[in-house]
Design a protein around this ligand. Sequence first.
Ligand code: ADP
Length: 445
Amino acid sequence: LSFSWMLGWILFSKRHFLYLVVSEDVGAQSLLNKLIRNNLVNTTNQVEVLQKDPNSPLYSVKSFEELRLKPQLLQGVYGMGFNRPSKIQETALPMMLAEPPQNLIAQSQSGTGKTAAFVLAMLSHVDPNNKYPQCLCVSPTYELALQTGKVIEQMGKYYPEVKLVYAIRGNKLQRGMKLQEQIVIGTPGTMLDWCSKFKFIDPKKIKVFVLDEADVMIATQGHQDQSIRIQRMLPKNCQMLLFSATFEESVWNFAQRIVPDPNIIKLKREEETLDTIKQYYVLCNSKEEKFQALSNIYGAITIAQAMIFCHTRKTAGWLAGELSREGHQVALLSGEMQVEQRAAVIERFRDGKEKVLVTTNVCARGIDVEQVSVVINFDLPIDKDGNPDNETYLHRIGRTGRFGKRGLAINMVDSKMSMNILYRIQEHFNKKIEKLDTDDLDEIE
Ligand code: ADP
């Protein structure tokens, strides 16, 4: 291992708490985002719709009443505190609830209301009088399946006749039994076994098939094939729904194999911008000097919340040690920890219980902690070839227009190489990154 780059964001306050977060895989990332998010991501972008039949009218709804839901479900929706459909739900819900059922591929970033939408569709389509599985929902991981299950339970709170079962590793059923639950949610491998090998489910009776987090799904070896094998056992008139947060070529190819004759809905991510961000860099000669500069910054300005990123656990550990010696309360959250433990730390931070969060590059990539006003790149973001990772830089520092809050970004530079990276980032975004003298910090407040 040549370099140990550490990418830092610092969040700070009167009580100096600090966290270290290290994470890796996309499934965990997606779960973390779900666990820490408790409201919708708002977007000003319009949905793009591609209809299977361009001549059929396109409905969109502005209220849940317009959907003519079962009263128990409307009660469930309002019980969850939803007042009106989210942007993607406005178009996706009428499509999913139409008769005859329509197939759908939908893409929008995490937090825009996809899960709530397909859960409502599943609950609307089942007949509770029929005591056999009618909806299958596959998720990439055990934990994500449980999260979706929770949403089904919440939304179906006033519709207790509808039952749910988890097709997940470890849920062992007696041979020869037939499931009575109307909704089965699980991971592709177990779901496939339950449909074919064990025959707990009769796939021919399935009315709705949901494939969630398609982009995460295809990142796991074997999941793609298993999902396709399940899909092939379903009747032709079964409604197929696929959701994804991103839409690269590979996801798109997979989506088309899972969903025949689809309607397609896409919602663009809100553009992030550096316009409302003041960017600085601090020139140092070593990581010790960077740490000293960090201390000076802490001592000089009041920061509501801040984050520090680390590239390696080793650097993260070192920084945590230094910071606790300075009297900061440092919590180390690393890749070895359970995802729930990591989520708990991030959640406490999001709720403002702790004010400083130190994290590695990998961990905080897809994590949005909106209230962070100060971001410190203890190391600049670089890709595996050592080139500037502009996308990560923008995601860490950038803000979407809707928050409009001003932010502060401080980059630590400690070598010719990192200075070069900084210049290239500056050039890429065509936005000046000002030099900051940490012995004279008046200018940044
Ligand atoms: P996604 O599946 O796209 O990540 P979710 O369905 O999980 O999004 O929704 C994100 C958050 O927003 C959840 O906390 C969910 O309860 C909430 N939410 C979903 N739909 C609505 C709505 N129409 N109104 C208010 N909150 C909503």
